[in-house]
Design a binder for this molecule. Structure first.
Ligand SMILES: NC(=O)c1ccc[n+]([C@@H]2O[C@H](COP(=O)([O-])OP(=O)(O)OC[C@H]3O[C@@H](n4cnc5c(N)ncnc54)[C@H](O)[C@@H]3O)[C@@H](O)[C@H]2O)c1
Length: 231
């Protein structure tokens, strides 16, 4: 029996990076998966490999999310878990961030998390923030860091509102080897462990937060940053 045997879980941002690695791990642990992403081609490829249901959707559009959630619940016979991994990153200082950019980043990362949790929050919810929201490095980008700070606070209060029926936890990775960090020239020297993370290492924490093993954990922020923020 897998650690998620029979659990019906929706994962957003599942076409790439951590979302994709989470889908792979959850499938191996026996979950029934509905995968959502706005990149339809990549989404269909991942879903076909994992024999999961695929729902192209834009997390900033509540009608699009509602369609995906309805389709997912129909396909799986219900939903009892959610992982929010969709995101965009646009870096910039206050001088380099115009209002349109700020709104775009907030719309996907913060408002998108709200829209998806409102539509699909059941059983367990995992939201994705970032260690950059806890101790922001100068290069992280003002709008991105602010959007992830919003996710952390939102998730803590949501955990209180939805307890005890639904558990809500947030995972805060440091840099991970994904398309998001390609070309960013992140120095491993920033990390006590002298390397950045692999997507599967973050997926393992998301699995813990979703599985019964974390049954007494809610409103928690799990930081997996190779020791960047403590030293
Ligand atoms: N990669 C890192 O180093 C890192 C570090 C800290 C936190 N995180 C967080 O982990 C999560 C996953 O990051 P990742 O690196 O796997 O990202 P990624 O870019 O590899 O994947 C993000 C996915 O979200 C999808 N997406 C973007 N906008 C969308 C929208 N409007 N609607 C639906 N889907 C949309 C993209 O198509 C993509 O498939 C994010 O919340 C990110 O902020 C990542």
């Amino acid at each position: 029996m897998g650690r998620l045997a029979g659990r019906r879980i929706l994962i957003t941002g599942a076409a790439s990076g951590i979302g994709r690695a989470t889908a792979e791990l959850f499938a191996a642990e026996g979950a029934k998966l509905a995968l959502a992403d706005r990149d339809e081609k990549a989404l269909n490829a991942v879903a076909a490999t994992l024999k999961a249901a695929a729902f192209p959707c834009d997390v900033t559009d509540s009608a699009s999310v509602d369609r995906a959630v309805t389709g997912a619940a129909l396909a799986l016979g219900g939903l009892d878990g959610l992982v929010n991994s969709a995101r965009i990153m646009i870096r910039g200082t206050i001088e380099g961030t115009d209002l349109a950019t700020w709104n775009k980043v907030m719309a996907v990362n913060a408002t998108g998390t709200f829209i998806v949790c409102k539509a699909a929050g059941r059983g367990t919810i995992v939201t994705m923030a970032s260690a950059t929201a806890l101790v922001p490095p100068p290069s992280a980008g003002l709008a991105y860091v602010a959007s992830k700070g919003a996710v952390i606070s939102f998730s803590k209060l949501l955990a209180t509102e939805l307890a005890p029926a639904i558990r809500v936890n947030t995972v805060c990775p440091g840099a991970v080897e994904t398309p998001m960090t390609d070309g960013l020239n992140i120095s491993p020297a920033m990390y006590a462990l002298k390397r950045i993370a692999k997507p599967a290492e973050i997926a393992a924490a998301i699995l813990f937060a979703t599985s019964h093993e974390s049954a007494f954990m809610t409103g928690t922020t799990l930081t997996l940053d190779g020791g960047r923020t403590y030293h």
